[in-house]
Design a protein around this ligand. Structure first.
Ligand code: SF4
Length: 217
């Protein structure tokens, strides 16, 4: 069922995002990319890996191959050495080459910037497609990773038990003006302030709006 908020809760949620907007006016993904293709590959590589480790790998990889055709020429065996420091690299290498082949053969070497086409690419699930479409300003989406999941629960924005459930709640309650950037704000807040083990509640700009703040002081 679609989450509905009382007027008081509505005001609290709006204030949370207004304050996050104030401290992080232009939030961006920390993954490095040059165009839709290098973004899709970076996001696909980032599953269960840190952005830092992906950037380290792609900084070198994108000097050797930065288009679908070049990735195809590199092949799975050629790609693996570039990404072997990243978790699940064998599967990811196969997926990246397979998706590059589809882009070359079916899309003229371009990334289709539409959800169902994106999600039909090997290794590109709902979360990856959401990150790509949101990052490129095509479709507001809130991809729920471990940070977004944790922060949403602590702030009681959602009690959803799965990422999909949390995403549904967030999409229903985040004010429209904040939707595009909400994903980044929640990730960055979770990465640097509302960290997993010892959240920095004393330095948190939304502590007075957070039902969990006192639990960690
Ligand atoms: S007050 Fe603490 S638990 Fe609440 S959002 Fe801030 S850092 Fe997280």
């Amino acid at each position: 069922m679609k989450k509905r908020l009382s007027p008081k809760e509505k005001a609290r949620v709006a204030e949370i995002f207004s304050r996050l907007a104030e401290v992080m006016p232009e939030p961006k993904t920390e993954l490095r990319f040059q165009d839709p293709y290098t973004l899709v590959v970076a996001v696909a590589l980032s599953a269960q890996a840190t952005d830092v480790s992906v950037n380290k790998a792609t900084d070198r990889l994108y000097q050797a191959a930065w288009t679908p055709q070049q990735m195809l020429d590199l092949g799975v065996e050629g790609l693996m050495p570039y990404i072997q420091s990243i978790g699940l690299y064998r599967t990811k290498a196969k997926n990246v080459v397979a998706l590059s082949r589809i882009l070359v053969e079916q899309y003229g070497g371009k990334v289709p910037l539409e959800r169902s086409a994106l999600q039909s690419l090997p290794g590109v699930g709902r979360k990856t497609a959401s990150v790509v479409l949101n990052e490129l300003g095509i479709e507001p989406a809130i991809a729920v990773d471990t940070h977004v999941f944790r922060v949403s629960h602590r702030l009681k924005l959602s009690a959803g038990k799965t990422p999909d459930a949390v995403e549904r709640d967030l999409m229903a309650i985040v004010p429209g003006a904040y939707l595009t950037k909400a994903h980044h704000w929640l990730i960055l807040h979770g990465r640097y302030t509302c960290v997993a083990r010892r959240p920095k509640c004393e330095a948190c700009v939304i502590r007075d709006l957070c039902p969990s703040g006192d639990l960690f002081i």
